[in-house]
Ligand binder design. Structure first.
Ligand SMILES: [Zn+2]
Length: 550
């Protein structure tokens, strides 16, 4: 047999237990056709990788690709060293866009600026004619100026609060410009929806970065509505990008629960809440498909808005965080979506939110059986041993982000206090309990580069040099497993990806060296040399490529 492509010249870590190490992998018509040791077979194209490690492509099971792609065109606060530099960058952008136009910025984290938020009076003086929307890096809060508050009808001390959100005010009741959780939606609605062309361009930018990092699959956790969506037509933008060859990785998309509405069919059908025509989880193909429904149960650890059973150790006293809606509503939404054939991805930071998710999944499974792809807990900021055991029993994946540690570890430890710090974004403890654990980033909340995250999974090193939950560190092998086969299991695709073995998708990443053989602190420093999706290069010798039109 003449294969289309053979990749050889370096060790192949297949993630296939029946042949863990090989010398070459052959791909034909986008699918792995053979894997072996010794002399590689004949092929139309032979890629000799000169000693780098050959792996199944990386799969980021929780990220916000559209948000990331859009943010690549916004003012980036993460790259600013001081608050003054942030102000300067905002003024510069205001000059570029002209009076009256929005200034869009992203990646703000007060911890990078000694705990300070931008001062609304300074913002108003610097940007008198431009409304500002500056996203907090968590996505769970934003910073605006008075021009933006005025347009939104939120200026002055009489503006009404928003259910599920907070307009932060000073001692006089005047808004400080910080809007938490759902309070952001009033501003965001002014900026949405994004056009198809803006969204396609964003996907092009975002997945060009993915190609350089070896990402061949991802799950976008929240499209089409809520504060995380960018247009009711977001799925269509993905289709267009795919057709144009600028969606350079396989995408599984999770609509947010806000877009579901009551539906019904024959009286025998259990369908209660879904999308028109009855489309549901699993629709699509190997390249673009519908995942579960994303529902926000609580808020963020950094913004102290996750629903905890014990108060936060930092911030206001006796703060247990909060749910994003009445518990009964959240429960009903999840159960009705499950009745209609949807899997659920429940955003749960606090252990109280994790408990609500597990209770509801338990009930949904006993009513409707196991879902077509696993129900998932997104983040699981704090998960107890008992909750981990229960998740394993129920077949629920916990999509944690150990990759947060370098950027956010200190802040998260402060928020949780020493007793709960070992429970933050666990990894080894979840694997021990038998829970499905994926590799994921929550990008753009934190870095999305798999090799950096894999190093963080192994080290769990915070910026102050502390190790966040030392017992939760995993081996390099398990970190690589999580980012490939673990993600495939979590996203219901373990029969098609996550391993290099015959019949599996021809998704390959080639690294400049072998993470299993280099010092741990050098993993992030390795390069991605080639990325292959379905037998086609998205990165060849470090150069980003488009995929064929289809
Ligand atoms: Zn997220």
């Amino acid at each position: 047999m003449m294969h289309d492509l053979v990749v050889t010249g370096g060790p192949v870590a297949t993630m296939d237990e029946s042949l863990p190490q090989a010398d070459w992998v052959a791909i034909t018509h986008g699918v792995v056709t053979a894997v072996g040791v010794g002399e590689p077979p004949a092929a139309r194209e032979v890629l000799n990788v000169d000693g780098g490690l050959i792996l199944p492509g990386f799969n980021d099971a929780h990220c916000h690709t559209m948000w990331f792609g859009l943010s690549l065109a916004e003012v980036d606060c993460k790259s600013q060293g001081t608050l003054d530099a942030v102000y300067e960058a905002l003024v510069e952008r205001a000059r570029e866009v002209g009076p009256g136009a929005w200034v869009l910025a992203t990646g703000y984290n007060q911890e990078a600026f000694d705990g300070h938020y931008p001062d609304i009076q300074i913002l108003d003086r610097l940007l008198p004619e431009n409304p500002l929307f500056l996203r907090h890096t968590s996505g769970h809060a934003c910073i605006v100026n008075t021009a933006a508050l005025k347009i939104a009808g939120l200026s002055g001390d009489t503006a009404p609060d928003i259910p599920g959100g907070v307009i932060v005010r000073d001692a006089h009741g005047t808004p400080t410009g910080v809007l938490e959780e759902r309070a952001q939606s009033v501003i965001q609605e002014l900026l949405l929806p994004k056009s198809q062309s803006e969204m396609v361009a964003a996907l092009d930018r975002a997945t060009a970065v993915y190609a350089t990092e070896g990402i061949t699959s991802f799950t976008e956790t929240g499209i089409a509505g809520g504060w995380i969506g960018h247009s009711p037509l977001e799925f269509s933008a993905y289709q267009t990008a795919r057709e144009a060859g600028v969606l350079r990785a396989r995408a599984q998309l999770m609509p947010v629960s806000d877009v579901l509405h009551p539906i019904s069919g024959h009286t025998e059908d259990p369908h209660r809440r879904g999308l028109d025509t009855g489309i549901r989880t699993g629709l699509g193909d190997d390249f673009l498909s519908l995942g579960g429904i994303k529902i926000f149960l609580d808020g963020s650890m950094l913004a102290w808005t996750g629903a905890m059973s014990e108060p936060f150790a930092a911030g206001p006293a006796d703060n247990y965080g909060y749910f994003q809606a009445e518990i009964s509503n959240l429960r009903e939404t999840m159960l009705e979506a499950c009745a209609s054939g949807w899997s659920i991805g429940a955003h749960a930071i606090g252990d109280r939110a994790v408990a609500l998710a597990l209770d509801t999944f338990d009930e949904a499974i006993s009513r409707h059986g196991a879902p077509s792809i696993p129900h998932r807990i997104e983040h699981g900021g704090v998960v107890t041993d008992e909750q981990a055991r229960r998740a394993a029993q129920l077949g629920v994946a916990i999509v944690t982000q150990p990759g947060f540690m370098p950027e956010l570890g200190v802040q998260m430890s402060d928020a949780m206090g020493p007793e709960r710090t070992p429970l933050i974004h666990r990894h080894q403890g979840l694997l021990n309990a038998g829970v499905m654990v994926a590799g994921s980033s929550d990008r753009p909340v934190a870095t999305g580069r798999p090799l950096s995250i894999i190093q963080s999974m192994v080290e769990r090193l915070a910026a102050d040099g502390s190790v966040v939950g030392p017992q939760e560190r995993v081996s390099i092998q398990d970190a690589l497993w999580s980012y490939t086969l673990g993600s495939a299991q979590t996203t219901g695709m373990a029969h098609r990806k996550g391993q290099l073995r015959p019949g599996f998708l021809g998704d390959v990443v080639v690294l400049s060296g072998d993470p299993l053989r280099c010092p741990t602190d050098e993993i992030a420093g390795l390069d991605v040399v080639h990325t292959i999706v379905g037998g086609h290069f998205t990165l060849k010798d470090g150069e980003v490529q488009a995929l064929p039109h289809r």
